[in-house]
Each structure stands twice: as C-alpha cells, then as structure tokens.
Write a protein that binds this ligand. Structure first.
Ligand code: TYM
Length: 326
C-alpha cells in the first residue's frame, strides 16, 4: 500500500498538526510504503520571507523525524527537490475547473485574510492533487480540514483517467477518529491554526511546559459543570476531551467516566499536563535533530532521490497519455 501526506513549511506546528498530521504519519508508515512531503512550494502561496522558509523547512524536517518517522522506512522529502510536483500541477490544471477551485473553503478563508491574493493560492489544490497522484497513493492521512482537497483530488484523478486512460490510483483520505479537528482553546468554534485566531488558544509543539500549562488553564469552557462530549452546546469541553484522548491514548467515553463529577478546573489542569508529557520527549529529540543541519540536509537528499524515482514513471505516463512528443 502506498501512503502519502504533505505538510506546509510555514509557521510553528501546532497540537492540531500533531493530531491530524504527525501522529497519523508515524502510525501509517507501518502499513506500507510511505511518503511524507514538506510542501515548501505550497508555502509561497501566501506572503513569505525567504529566510523564514529555509528555517521552517529544516525545522519541519527535524520535527518529522522527532515524531518518529523513520528515514530508513519512510521517504521524507522537500517538494521543491522533486521537479515532478511543479510539472504535474501544470498538467493537472487542465483537468481542474475554475468552478471547483472557487468552491474550496480553504481558498475562501485564506483569501479573506490576505491583502494580496496570489494565483498560487487559488491553484493550490491542483498542486496538492499532483503531490498525491504522482505516487500511486492509496491512502492520504490528514486532518478533517483537508477533506475537501482530498475529494477534489479524487475527482481530478477520475477525470484524467476517463479522458486519457487509466493513469492514476484514486486515493482515499484517512482521518483520525478523535482529534481530526482540534479547535482553538480560546475560540472553540475555530480550527486551531497559527494563521488565524487568538494565539493564546494555539498550542505549539515547541511551546515550553509553562506556556502550555497556562494555555490550558485559561482555555474557555462553558456554563455547565459536566465533562461531557457534546460539541453543539459544549464546544470547549468537547475539544478538551478530544485533546485529552489524543494525548493520553484513552477513548472519550473512558475519559468522560474518569472525570464524572470532577470540576472543569481539575480536568483542564490534567489535559495540560498530559500534553506537556506528550510533547516532552518530542521536543528533546527535535532540539537534537535541529542542531545537526548537515544531517537533516543529508536525510532530505536521500528522501528526494527516492521520491524522484517513485514519481518519475507517473509523470512520464501523464505526458505520454496527454499526447506530448517525448
Ligand atoms: P497543513 O500544513 O495545514 O497541515 C498539516 C496537517 O495537519 C492537519 N491539521 C489539523 N488536524 C487536526 N486539527 C487541526 N486543527 C489541524 N490543523 C492542521 C492537516 O489536516 C494536515 O493533515 N494542504 C495541506 C498540505 C498538503 C498535503 C498534500 C496534504 C499539500 N499537499 C498532499 C496531504 C497530501 C496543508 O496545508 O496542510
């Protein structure tokens, strides 16, 4: 089985990225041949600083290895190192409609936050479809916010296959049962993300323990008293229950039983401590890995080589089927 996922090289990675991304990468890598891509080409679709991109690409590589991706087993690489991604995006642009792209909620949300809305931001899902389709991917482990992009990828694959002949595997998104949509601790109606929302409600994977503790202590709850998962009336507590489930490995019903009768205060303190405990070993490995830039570059070089080989036959088939003289 082929597994592919991508993660943007921008901003600090959050507890949300951990839950929908990193955590799933480490488990799915056991199930087959896995490719994890630092999507640096996607990172330039909103205003970016060149120096910050270099820094965040290397930091993200360190974080991927710190969360247990095994470079022997999985292919971890930077998108810009494999030219097939940019080429595939151009070719697939011809089988993606303007209307489909205009409907993407990510585009709508992000474009509202920008003064300068780039053509790249609009075409972003086409690049993502290429990422996935180049590798004959069966499953795409992601958080729920990427569902619409994965569905579009399936439509693009099917359209290409029916126009030009069977070329692509039609991939399937895989979403975690708990924690597919971690919310901002201060604004539980909003996804936890570094690009928007109250920063006090965004837990970063590299936050110091005291910072994490404080963010959970001040997390908003609701007027009731019960620690119960019921997202409509209790978005704050439901979010904290999901986070606790991710951090402790216990299911939401087990946690509801454990905190039956306990106050919100005790519960929030425990969630904070569980997250601190979860991130402590990751942060330690991250610091060690991040300090050895030569090694990170070497590992990315190896990943790129493997990714080039794996993607080349698909790109060749795409050109062929579309009628390009080769
Ligand atoms: P990105 O970089 O925004 O996020 C990386 C992963 O983290 C997940 N995620 C969350 N999961 C749960 N709760 C949250 N609050 C939360 N925030 C982020 C995302 O769902 C994602 O799995 N377009 C993609 C990157 C991409 C990609 C790909 C993914 C490019 N090409 C090919 C899969 C396959 C993105 O911007 O993810």
């Amino acid at each position: 089985m082929r597994i592919f996922s991508g993660i943007r090289a921008s901003g600090d990675k959050t507890l949300g990225n951990y839950s929908g991304g990193f955590r799933q990468y480490a488990t799915t890598q056991e199930q087959g041949e896995a490719f994890f891509c630092i999507v640096d080409l996607h990172s330039i679709t909103t205003t970016h600083e060149p120096e910050a991109l270099r820094e965040s690409t290397l930091s993200l590589a360190a974080m991927l290895f710190a969360t247990n991706l095994d470079p022997e087993r999985s292919t971890v690489f930077a998108q810009s190192h494999v030219r097939a991604h940019a080429e595939a995006a151009w070719l697939l642009g011809s089988v993606t409609s303007f209307g489909e792209l205009r409907r993407m909620t990510h585009f709508k949300d992000r474009s509202e936050q920008q003064e300068f809305v780039s053509a790249g931001l609009f075409a972003y899902p086409v690049l993502m479809a290429g990422d996935i389709l180049l590798y004959g991917t069966d499953i795409v482990p992601v958080g729920d916010d990427q569902r619409q992009h994965v569905e579009l990828t399936r439509d693009i694959a099917e359209r290409f296959n029916s126009r030009y002949g069977e070329t692509f595997v039609v991939p399937r998104g895989v979403y975690p049962e708990e924690g597919a949509r971690i919310k901002n601790l201060q604004e539980p109606e909003r996804l936890m993300s570094t690009s928007a929302g109250n920063p006090q409600g965004v837990v970063r994977m590299i936050d110091e323990p005291d910072v994490i503790r404080k963010k959970f202590k001040t997390a908003v709850t609701d007027s009731g008293r019960e620690v119960r998962h019921d997202p409509e009336p209790k978005p704050g507590i439901s979010n904290l229950l999901e986070i606790m489930s991710v951090a402790s490995g216990k299911s939401v019903p087990v946690l509801e039983a454990r905190y039956d009768g306990a106050g919100y205060g005790e519960f929030k303190t425990d969630v904070g401590e569980a997250v601190i405990e979860l991130f402590a070993p990751i942060q330690e490995r991250y610091r060690e890995l991040r300090a050895d830039e030569g090694e990170l570059r070497r590992l990315l070089g190896l990943g790129a080589e493997k990714a080039r080989q794996a993607s080349a036959p698909t790109l060749t088939a795409m050109y062929d089927r579309m009628g390009f003289v080769r």
